[in-house]
Design a protein around this ligand. Structure first.
Ligand code: ARG
Length: 482
């Protein structure tokens, strides 16, 4: 049918004849073109085709188990579903105008391929079908994001180990505060990502419930087997309440939150790398493969990946707030509003996946200017806290020690001399105090558990590796379970 014919139909308020809706029996008129254009979800829910086929095959086996399909009917529908899978995989599947979503498209094609195809939707609604598909999709995709995050954690650890005893200023309020090991700083980001991995795995564990058999909203008069279907699909359990089963999208909101949180962590890394690669900081250099140039300024090397990681976090947060607003106030049970769960979810998964890959490469290939880092961290006043703690070890109350050292810093900044000289001349601090101001001494003073110096690092590297081991194990458990 060419475009002119389509417009003809639209003017007449009809759709093409082959575009038969799932509900045509109840209707005398066909849907308008604007309704179809507005309600269609196929362009984005196509990506669930694998899950729809897996869910439909379990449903078909379930119908046969309870005697609603003969073995022959079961096998012919299963074969048709496999054929549809091949058509999808190879791009040979032909969509038609009435394919409102991926579920409609696949069922339509099965009815074309198998005479018994009309029995596929027995005891099932798109409401439990779409919830089943989306949970299957989430289990696979969220696990994939978790795996990629582990790779990023590994890249951070590798750079941390490579960094040896290099140190840089640690900041509060983006003002130089105390020296920290570069390895400590890099691993700090790895720990945040560890919480992200754990959150994603928690989300997967909670969403591991099969809604298949809940029907449109109330279950069925037919002797369905939701528990058998759940086991067949590798879900931990079947739903307990049909209304909740078809309308619960907590798992989508949780997933989109988890991904927004990842986005916020990536944005923090992004912001730091924008600073570190600037001429002003000069702490890190990007590999050519992970930097961009300027169309006009020949000298430029720009950290676009880091900037986009920072910028796109806004979009991930937007996906979450948009979805929560959609879910708020929906009456039981299914409402078409719920179709709006997919785009934010798919977009968040896609954006986080792209960001993690690019940032992992950027971090793994970057080099550090450790001399510049250390020069910045060796600024004399960075030793102020160590000087105060020296006085504390001698019995002075910390408040008093803070004031004594603060006065030396003030004098130093006012031009009275170097801090080392001022400290050496103070009988309370003397040569021992002056030694604390020497380059490289400060970072070695940070020795308490989890601290930023070399003494505490070995233990941290061990627990970081333990985190990676536990993550790998938990992720592989989900692989076995599904
Ligand atoms: N594409 C729809 C969705 O994602 C399918 C469900 C439509 N269900 C219905 N009762 N109209 O939610």
């Amino acid at each position: 049918m060419d475009l002119d014919d389509k417009h003809e139909f639209a003017r007449a308020g009809k759709i093409p004849a082959q575009a038969k809706t799932l509900w045509h029996g109840r209707f005398t008129g066909g849907p308008s073109e604007s309704l179809l254009a507005y309600t269609v979800s196929l362009p984005y829910d196509q990506r669930m085709w694998r899950d729809d086929i897996i869910g439909s095959k379990a449903h078909v086996r379930g119908l046969a188990r309870v005697g609603l399909l003969s073995d022959g009917e079961r096998d012919s529908i299963l074969e048709a579903l496999d054929d549809v899978g091949i058509e999808m995989e190879t791009g040979l599947f032909i969509f038609v105008d009435s394919d409102e979503d991926i579920h409609t498209a696949i069922e339509r094609r099965v009815t074309e391929l198998a005479p018994a195809g009309g029995k596929l939707h027995t005891g099932r609604s798109r409401n439990d079908q779409v919830a089943t598909d989306l949970r299957l999709w989430c289990k696979r995709e969220l696990r994939d994001v978790a795996l990629r995050l582990v790779e990023m954690q590994e890249a951070l650890l590798e750079q941390a180990l490579e960094a040896g005893d290099a140190y840089l200023p640690g900041y509060t309020h983006l003002q130089r505060a105390q020296p920290v090991l570069l390895s400590h700083h890099l691993m700090a980001h790895g720990w945040s990502l560890g919480r992200d991995v754990s959150r994603l795995l928690d989300t997967i564990a909670r969403l591991d419930v099969s809604p298949l058999g809940a029907g449109a909203l109330a279950g069925s008069s037919l002797p369905l087997d939701p528990v058998g279907n759940a086991a067949d699909l590798g879900f931990a359990k079947a739903f307990d309440n049909s209304l909740d089963a078809v309308s619960d999208r907590d798992f989508v909101a949780e997933a989109v939150f988890d991904l927004a949180m990842v986005g916020i962590h990536l944005a923090r890394i992004g912001e730091e790398w924008v600073l570190w690669t600037s001429g002003e900081f000069g702490f890190a250099r990007l590999d050519d493969g992970y930097a961009t140039g300027s169309s006009m300024l020949p000298q430029k090397k720009n950290p676009d990946i880091a900037e986009l990681a920072r910028g796109k976090s806004g979009r991930l947060i937007g996906n979450l707030s948009g979805l929560l607003a959609t879910l708020k106030g929906l009456p039981m049970a299914y409402n078409r509003d719920l179709q709006e769960d997919k785009e934010p979810l798919f977009d968040s998964v896609e954006q986080v996946t792209l960001a993690v890959a690019a940032l992992t490469g950027m971090i793994a290939t970057a080099t550090f200017d450790t001399e510049r880092m250390q020069a910045a961290a060796d600024e004399e006043t960075m030793a102020a806290t160590d000087l105060a703690e020296y006085l504390v070890r001698g019995g002075m109350p910390f408040r008093e020690a803070h004031a004594v050292v603060g006065a030396h810093v003030q004098a130093c900044l006012a031009g009275a001399g170097s801090l080392a000289d001022l400290v050496a001349a103070d009988p309370l601090l003397g040569a021992d105090g002056a030694a604390l101001v020497r380059p490289g001494v400060g970072v070695s003073m940070r020795s308490s558990r989890g601290a930023a110096g070399p003494a505490a690092r070995a233990e941290q590297v061990e627990s970081y590796r333990e985190m990676l081991r536990v993550e790998a194990l938990s992720i592989s458990e989900f692989l076995v379970g599904s």
